[in-house]
Design a protein around this ligand. Structure first.
Ligand SMILES: Cc1cc2nc3c(=O)[nH]c(=O)nc-3n(C[C@H](O)[C@H](O)[C@H](O)COP(=O)(O)OP(=O)(O)OC[C@H]3O[C@@H](n4cnc5c(N)ncnc54)[C@H](O)[C@@H]3O)c2cc1C
Ligand code: SF4
Length: 1011
C-alpha cells in the first residue's frame, strides 16, 4: 500500500472531535501572503469571545442570533463525513444585516461561514466559525427580466423557486443538481454546482452574470466581467477595490502559462479556484472567478443569474449494456448525437435498489442490461425531439454487443428519471451491506476516458476490498460512488487516506479533476497539489489572501495560509467511534437495536427541506427552520446520544423543542431516501423525557382517548349525550378547552349517541364462511364518533361477498399514546390485542381497518416492539386497509357508480407513507368518477397536534398550503374523500362541507350537501 502524501494521516482521538484543537504546524509556509497567527495550523479554532460576540451581535442586527448549544449542534455538520461545532449561528434578515453582523465578527476577529441548504458533501459547510444561514429570510427574487434573460436573486433562495419563476417565460437556470428542491443559489455559487443538464447549459460558473459581494473587511462591491476601460477606471479610483483588481491581474499574469497548462480542459473541472476566468478571452470575469470559492473568499449578498431557453420537448432513450464499463466506452459515440443529458448507472445500483425494494415499478421499465445510459434529447418541436431520439435509437441498436434500447413516453421517462434520482438513497443502508460514505464520490475525467478511468478505479477498489455502485453524469465524465470506507477505526481511516491518495493519481493520470461536482472542501483540498502542482497551489493562496488576508472566511477549507484540513480529520465518527447504546422501549430491529444507529441514517441529503411537494417535512414547510426538519431532528438526537455538544440526557430541552412540532406523520419514513423515522424516535425520546418530568393533564386526556370514549359510551343513547354536554355548552366548552390547553378556535369532536359496536349485528355467514370472513376493526374514532363509516364498510364488504365480524370487547391500537411517548402503555395495548385476537390471528382471519393511523400501528410499531414474535408478524400481515383488502381479495368487486362525478382524494400521511394510495385510487376510479389525488401533504391536524393551543397556527398553515384552498375551490358537486379522522376534522372545522370516508363511497352514500 502506498502511503499518502497529505498531512496528519493519523487522526485525533474521538475525544478531541468537538473541542478546538491546536495542532503544531507541520509544514513551512513558503512565501505566505497571509498573516499567520502564532504557530497554529488553524488558529481560528482558538476563538474564545463567544459570549461577548453573541451579545454584540444580538444588540446590533435585526436577524436572529443563536449561540446556544442546541443551535451549535444543529449546524455542526452538513451532508459530508465531517463535523465541526460552530461558534454560533446568525440568521440575517437582509444584506444590511449581513454587513452589520460581519462588522461585529470583524471587531472580534471571529471566523465566518456562509450556509445555504447545507447539502455540501466535501465538508466545506461546517467549521469552527459563526455560521450565516441565508436560507430562512434571504430568499427573494428581486427581479426577473425575460428580455435580458437575467434574474437578480438573494443567496438563500432555493434553485427550484428560481426555475419555476423562469419557466413562466420558457427560460431556466440551467445548472440542476440533484438537490434542486433545496439547494440555494448561494450554495450553488459556493460549490460551482451543476447536474444532468450541464451538458446543455454548463455549470453554475457559466451562468453567473454578476455578484454583489461583501468582504470580511467590510468592502462591498458588485463584480462581473470587466472591460479594459472599466479595469483602468477601477484601478485609477484607488482603494480596496483597486487593490483587489490589480492583485487579480497580477496573479493571472504571473500564473497564466501554468493555468493554461495544468487546468484540465474538461467539462467538469470543479476543483481549485476559477483563475482561468481572469483571462482576457474570458472577460476578466471576477464574479466567475469567485464561483466555487466555497465561502473562503467573500460572502455573496445577491447574484445576477443568466437564464437560458430550455427546449420544451424532451425524449428519453435508455440503452442497456453488458456492464457500466462498456456503457462508459460508448459515451463519445453517443455525444455525437448531441443529447442534452447523458447519465448512467451500473447493475450494482439496481441490485441495491432491489434489496431495498426501491422504485420497483420504475425499474421494471428499464431495458435488459447491467450498465444503463439514459440519453435525453431536447427539441423545440415534438417532431424535432422525436426525430433525434428515433435516429439515435436506431444507431444505438448497432453498437458493439447489440445493447438493448428503449424509447419512453413522457410519463414513463419521469419514472426512469426517478430511478436515477433515487441513486444516492439506494447506496446507503442496504440490507446486508456495511455503511458506505462519500469521500471519493465525484471525480471527473475527459468523457472519452471514463471507461478506462472506471476500470482502473475499480481495480484499485478491489485491491482495498472496497465496493460501491457507480452512477452519475457519464456524458461529462463525472461519476459518483459511495464506498464502504471504514471511518470508525484508526486503521480504516488510514486505509481510506491511502486509497484516495492513489485514486487521485489515477484521476490526474487521466487528465481529470479531483472534484467534478461537489467541490474540494476538506475531502479533497489536501490532494489538490497532485492535480495543480505547488506553484498553482501558491496561486490559489494568493487569490484567497487577496480577498481574505486574515483567513477568517471558512478557514482551512479549499485553500489557506499554511495548510488546509486533512481529509481524515474532523470526521463525524472518527477512530474508536461506537454508536452509543441506551436502553430503549422500541427494539429498532433495522438498526442493530440502537436508536443511535437509527439516527445515523441521516446522511444529510436534506430532502426534508423541500417545500413544494410531497408530505415530508410538514413542520419544516411551515417554519423554514433546520431544527424542525427531519435532518435537524435526527442530527440533534445523534448529538444528544453522543453527549458532546449536548448533554447525554433524555431531559435535553433543545431536543424536546425540536421534536415538539413533529406531527408524527411518518412521511420521513417513506419519503426520506434513507428512511429516517422521526415519529418513532420522538415517541422513544418522550417516553424517557417524561420519566423525569411531569406531564400536563392534556397528555392523559388525548393519549387515553379510547378509554374516555369507551366510558362515555357505556349506556348507548344516554351517556354519550351526557358526555357531550360540556362540549356543547359554550361556557363549559371554553373552560374545558382552557384546562386542556386546547386551541379556543377548535371544536372538540362529539360522541355519537350509539357506538358502532353497540349497534352492530354480525353478517349472516356467506356461502363459504371460512374463506370469506373478515374482522372489521372498530377503531376509537370511527366506532365512537363516526359509526356511520364502519356501518358503510360493513355494507361494502358484504356487497363484495364477505361476512363481517367485529370484536365484542373494547380494543384499541393505542395510536395516540405514541404521540405523547406513553410507550409502556402502548406496548401493553398491543400485548392485549395479541392476546384478545389470538384465535383470529392464528386462524389467518384478515383484519380490515378504516383509520390509516390505526392500521399503521400494526404495520409499523408492532414490529418495533415485537420483532421476533410470530403472532405479531402474522397480525402485521393480516392487517389491511379497506381499499388494500378489497383490491387484493376481491379483484372482481365493482363499487357503485359515481360516473362523471368529481372526486378529490386527500391521503392520510400514514396511508401514503406506509401503505401507499394505489388501491384507494384504483377503487375510486372503478366508480367511474374523475379522481384527483391532492398533493396536499399533511392536513395539519395529525391527531391531537392541531387541537393543541400552541400548535394551532402551524396546523392551520399546513392545511392552508394545499388542502383548504382545494376545498374552497371545489364546486358544490365535488366529493371530498379523506380516510383519516383527523383529516376529516380539519376539513369540517375549516369549511361548511364534510369529507367522506372511502367506505361511504363504496356503500353508495351520496355526498352530504354543503350546509
Ligand atoms: C444527495 C445529494 C446529491 C447531490 N447532487 C449534486 C449534483 O447533482 N450536483 C451538484 O453540483 N452538487 C450536488 N450535491 C452537492 C450540493 O447539493 C450542491 O453543491 C448544492 O448546490 C449546495 O447547495 P446548498 O445550498 O446546500 O449549499 P451549502 O452546502 O449550504 O453551501 C455550499 C458552499 O457554498 C458556500 N456558500 C453558501 N452560501 C454562500 C453565500 N451566500 N456566499 C458565499 N458562499 C456561500 C458555503 O460556505 C459552502 O462552502 C449533492 C448533494 C447531496 C447531498
Ligand atoms: S414524522 Fe413528519 S413531521 Fe415528523 S420529522 Fe418526519 S416528516 Fe417531519
Amino acid at each position: 500500500m502506498a502511503s499518502a502524501v497529505f498531512y496528519r494521516l493519523v487522526p485525533l482521538p474521538p475525544s478531541a472531535l468537538a473541542i478546538p484543537r491546536h495542532f503544531p504546524q507541520t509544514r513551512s509556509v513558503l512565501d505566505s501572503p497571509f498573516t499567520i497567527i502564532g504557530n497554529l495550523s488553524h488558529p481560528h479554532e482558538r476563538f474564545h469571545a463567544s459570549r461577548e460576540l453573541q451579545t454584540r451581535l444580538a444588540s446590533t442586527i435585526r436577524g436572529e442570533v443563536r449561540f446556544d448549544s442546541g443551535s451549535c449542534a444543529l449546524y455542526a455538520t452538513d451532508a459530508s463525513n465531517y463535523r465541526q461545532v460552530p461558534i454560533g449561528v446568525v440568521i440575517p434578515r437582509d444584506a444590511a444585516d449581513v454587513e452589520a453582523a460581519i462588522a461585529v465578527c470583524r471587531e472580534f476577529g471571529a471566523p465566518v461561514l456562509s450556509r445555504g441548504g447545507g447539502t455540501s458533501l466535501a465538508g466545506q459547510c461546517c467549521n469552527i466559525a459563526v455560521v450565516f444561514d441565508f436560507s430562512k429570510y434571504m430568499r427573494t427574487i428581486h427581479a426577473l427580466d425575460p428580455q435580458t434573460r437575467t434574474a437578480h436573486v438573494e443567496p438563500g433562495i432555493v434553485l427550484d423557486r428560481v426555475r419555476e419563476a423562469a419557466e413562466q417565460h420558457h427560460l431556466t437556470f440551467a445548472p440542476d443538481p440533484a438537490t434542486h428542491s433545496r439547494c440555494t443559489i448561494g450554495g450553488m455559487i459556493g460549490n460551482n454546482s451543476c447536474g444532468t443538464h450541464a451538458l446543455m447549459g454548463g455549470k453554475t460558473v457559466d451562468n453567473i452574470h454578476s455578484l454583489d459581494i461583501l468582504l470580511y473587511d467590510g468592502t462591498r462591491m458588485t463584480v462581473g466581467s470587466t472591460s479594459d476601460e472599466e479595469f483602468a477606471r477601477i484601478v485609477a479610483a484607488g482603494g480596496r477595490r483597486a487593490e483587489i483588481y490589480s492583485g487579480l491581474a497580477r496573479i493571472r499574469d504571473r500564473y497564466a502559462p501554468l493555468i493554461r497548462e495544468r487546468f484540465p480542459n474538461i467539462p467538469r473541472r470543479v476543483s481549485g479556484y476559477n483563475l482561468d476566468w481572469l483571462f482576457p478571452e474570458n472577460g476578466f470575469h471576477v464574479a466567475r472567478a469567485l464561483v466555487g470559492s466555497e465561502g473562503t473568499c467573500v460572502t455573496v449578498l445577491s447574484a445576477e443569474l443568466e437564464l437560458k431557453p430550455s427546449p420544451p420537448h424532451r425524449r428519453l432513450v435508455v440503452v442497456g449494456f453488458v456492464d457500466a464499463f462498456v456503457a462508459a466506452d460508448h459515451v463519445p459515440a453517443i455525444l455525437e448525437h448531441k443529447p442534452i443529458g447523458l447519465e448512467g448507472f451500473d447493475g450494482m445500483l439496481l441490485d441495491f435498489m432491489r434489496r431495498k425494494k426501491l422504485a420497483e415499478e420504475e425499474r421494471a421499465l428499464l431495458p435488459e442490461g447491467n450498465g444503463h445510459l439514459l440519453v435525453e434529447f431536447g427539441g423545440w418541436t415534438v417532431e424535432d425531439a422525436d426525430r433525434q431520439a428515433e435516429n439515435f435509437r436506431r444507431v444505438a441498436q448497432s453498437f458493439t454487443g447489440n445493447p438493448s434500447t428503449r424509447l419512453y413516453s413522457d410519463s414513463d421517462a419521469k419514472r426512469i428519471w426517478f430511478v436515477r434520482e433515487s441513486a444516492l438513497g439506494a447506496t446507503v443502508f442496504v440490507p446486508g451491506e456495511p455503511h458506505s460514505w462519500e469521500g471519493w464520490e465525484d471525480s471527473a475525467v475527459p468523457p472519452e476516458k471514463v471507461g478506462s478511468y472506471l476500470r482502473q478505479l475499480y481495480a484499485l477498489m478491489s485491491e482495498y476490498d472496497y465496493r460501491g455502485p457507480i452512477y452519475g453524469h457519464f456524458g461529462q465524465g463525472c461519476v459518483h460512488l459511495r464506498i464502504n470506507f471504514d471511518l470508525e477505526t484508526a486503521e480504516g481511516i488510514a486505509k481510506y487516506g491511502d486509497f484516495i491518495d492513489r485514486a487521485a493519481d489515477i484521476v490526474v493520470a487521466h487528465g481529470g479533476s479531483l472534484s467534478g461536482e461537489h467541490g474540494d472542501g476538506q475531502a479533497r483540498s489536501a490532494l489538490l497539489p497532485k492535480m495543480f502542482g505547488p506553484e498553482l497551489i501558491q496561486a490559489f493562496r494568493e487569490f484567497k489572501a487577496l480577498w481574505d488576508p486574515d483567513n477568517r472566511m471558512n478557514p482551512g477549507k479549499l485553500s489557506g495560509p499554511a495548510e488546509t484540513y486533512s481529509p481524515t480529520e474532523n470526521l463525524r465518527l472518527g477512530p474508536g467511534y461506537k454508536s452509543h447504546r441506551q436502553e430503549t422501549f422500541f427494539q429498532f430491529p433495522d438498526d442493530k437495536g440502537s436508536l443511535s444507529e437509527a439516527t445515523l441514517r441521516c446522511v444529510g441529503v436534506g430532502a426534508c427541506r423541500k417545500q413544494d411537494a410531497g408530505t415530508m417535512c410538514p413542520s419544516y414547510m411551515a417554519t423554514n427552520e433546520e431544527k424542525h426538519s427531519t435532518r435537524g431532528r435526527a442530527h440533534l438526537l445523534w448529538e444528544m446520544l453522543e453527549g458532546d455538544t449536548l448533554q447525554r440526557d433524555w431531559s435535553s430541552e433543545p431536543v424536546k423543542e425540536a421534536l415538539d412540532l413533529c406531527l408524527s406523520c411518518k412521511a420521513c419514513k417513506s419519503e426520506c431516501p434513507v428512511s429516517v423515522d422521526i415519529a418513532t424516535y420522538k415517541a422513544e425520546f418522550l417516553a424517557h423525557y417524561y420519566q423525569h418530568h411531569r406531564r400536563h393533564l392534556r397528555d392523559y386526556a388525548f393519549a387515553f382517548m379510547d378509554k374516555w370514549a369507551h366510558l362515555a359510551s357505556t349506556i348507548p343513547g344516554v351517556t354519550p349525550r351526557l358526555a357531550n354536554l360540556p362540549l356543547q355548552l359554550p361556557g363549559l366548552s371554553h373552560a374545558l378547552k382552557s384546562i386542556l390547553r386546547v386551541a379556543p378556535q377548535r371544536r372538540l369532536p362529539r360522541f355519537a349517541s350509539h357506538s358502532f359496536q353497540s349497534q352492530h349485528k354480525s353478517s349472516r355467514q356467506g356461502a363459504n364462511p371460512a374463506q370469506n370472513q373478515v374482522l372489521l376493526w372498530p377503531d376509537t374514532w370511527n366506532n365512537y364518533y363516526h359509526p356511520q363509516t364502519l356501518a358503510a364498510a360493513q355494507t361494502a364488504l358484504e356487497g363484495a361477498g364477505f361476512s363481517v365480524t367485529i370484536p365484542r370487547r373494547h380494543l384499541c391500537c393505542g395510536r395516540p399514546l405514541y404521540d405523547f411517548g406513553f410507550l409502556p402503555a402502548a406496548r401493553r395495548y398491543l400485548e392485549h390485542v395479541l392476546k384478545a385476537l389470538a384465535r383470529e390471528i392464528d386462524s389467518g382471519l384478515p383484519i380490515v381497518f378504516l383509520e390509516p393511523s390505526c392500521a399503521s400501528v400494526f404495520r409499523d410499531e408492532l414490529r418495533n416492539f415485537f420483532p421476533n414474535d410470530a403472532r405479531a408478524a402474522a397480525l402485521r400481515n393480516q392487517a389491511f386497509l379497506l381499499s388494500d383488502f378489497l383490491v387484493q381479495h376481491a379483484p372482481h368487486y365493482r363499487p357503485p357508480s359515481f360516473a362523471g362525478q368529481q372526486i378529490i382524494l386527500h391521503g392520510h400521511c400514514h396511508h401514503k407513507s406506509l401503505m401507499r394510495m394505489n388501491a384507494e385510487l384504483e377503487l375510486l376510479r372503478r366508480t367511474g368518477a374523475n379522481v384527483t389525488l391532492l398533493d396536499s401533504g399533511c392536513c395539519g391536524m395529525a391527531g391531537p397536534f392541531g387541537f393543541e393551543r400552541e400548535k394551532f397556527d402551524i396546523s392551520q398553515a399546513l392545511a392552508e398550503r394545499v388542502l383548504l384552498p382545494a376545498v374552497r375551490q371545489a364546486t358544490s358537486k365535488t366529493i371530498f374523500v379523506a380516510d383519516g379522522f383527523s383529516c376529516r376534522e380539519q376539513i369540517s372545522q375549516n369549511s361548511s362541507g364534510r369529507a367522506l370516508h372511502l367506505a361511504e363511497i363504496l356503500a353508495g352514500i351520496p355526498r352530504m350537501p354543503a350546509e
